[in-house]
Unconditional design. Structure first.
Length: 294
């Protein structure tokens, strides 16, 4: 199976390509530069369309492209970049898929937990409806563009990805290692999470399972609050996690991203994914933390 991946060089894309190769498949990178190898497809966004012929030999497309939301603070210009980098790439992929004579069998398109907005203690499944805010609007538009593809479409609603390569923990983990980390805000907000290994495994599972389509929460089955995650990381690293960062200070330092990313509460359910037969390798927080710090 040949799998075209946008966002190939990112955290999830790299792990996904690795796992695909281990399973005997051929990952193909969608790159924004000159073609350098048989396992790459070049594309110059804004200058030329993505050729439909690209899709002729592709079995599945995974759309992970987009500017990181982890770069903060979000300026107005950078927020425009976050939007355009996702929507433009998705439109190009969908257009190429729809114009291809031999279409890929599936498009697994990135989405995000941000679609639910800040929902407190509410248990969020895929039918919970969209919330409000910048990320909710973005994820909703992202999925709407992907839905236009004339093939099976799956929306991978990604959560905080826990990785040995830091990823979403990139700013928090070094503080905990230094003994100056602690809960953000009151720490009671739910942080949906998934290990990097399970994230890639889930995407491959959604590709392989021809009966699934629509939205799927890519989140571990054990819910955890910000305080619980920070405490578990501190315990594994044998470091104190007593220094709480007030919400007002985070808003002052980080801006709108504080409420959208760090103080936002999303208690997401993994049941729909589990019902398809997917088995997590790191289903509990303790197992995920051991994976991250071990």
């Amino acid at each position: 199976m040949r799998v075209l991946i946008s966002g190939y060089s990112g955290l999830v894309g790299t792990e996904l390509a690795k796992q695909l190769r281990e399973l005997g498949h051929e990952p193909v990178a969608l790159v924004r530069r000159a073609k350098t190898g048989d396992d790459e497809v070049s594309w110059n966004p804004g200058v030329e369309p993505l050729e439909a012929s690209v899709m002729e030999s592709i079995d599945a497309v995974v759309n992970l492209g987009g500017a990181t939301t982890g770069r903060i603070p979000w300026t107005k210009n950078y927020m425009k970049t976050i939007i355009s980098s996702r929507l433009d790439t998705t439109r190009a992929l969908v257009d190429a898929i729809n114009k291809a004579k031999n279409q890929p069998k599936v498009l697994v398109s990135g989405s995000a937990s941000g679609i639910y907005g800040n929902r407190g203690d509410e248990i969020l499944d895929e039918d919970s409806g969209r919330g409000t805010g910048f990320l909710a609007d973005l994820a909703s538009q992202w999925e709407a563009e992907a839905s236009k593809a004339n093939t099976r479409v799956v929306y991978a609603r990604t959560t905080m990805v826990m990785s040995k390569k830091l990823g979403a923990l990139g700013r928090l983990l070094p503080l905990i290692k230094a003994g100056i980390g602690g809960p953000l805000g009151n720490g009671k907000q739910w942080w949906a999470w998934i290990s990097l290994e399970d994230e890639a495994r889930a995407i491959i599972h959604l590709i392989d399972n021809e009966r699934v389509s629509g939205a799927y929460n890519l989140t571990a089955p054990e819910p955890a609050t910000c305080a619980q995650i920070v405490k578990a990381l501190g315990k594994a690293l044998k470091r104190p996690t007593l220094l709480m960062v007030p919400a007002w200070a985070m808003r002052l330092l980080v801006g709108v991203a504080a409420d959208e990313l760090l103080l936002c509460s999303q208690n997401m359910s993994a049941q729909k994914l589990i019902d398809t037969g997917f088995a997590f390798k790191h289903p509990t927080l303790s197992e995920a933390v051991e994976y991250v710090v071990g």
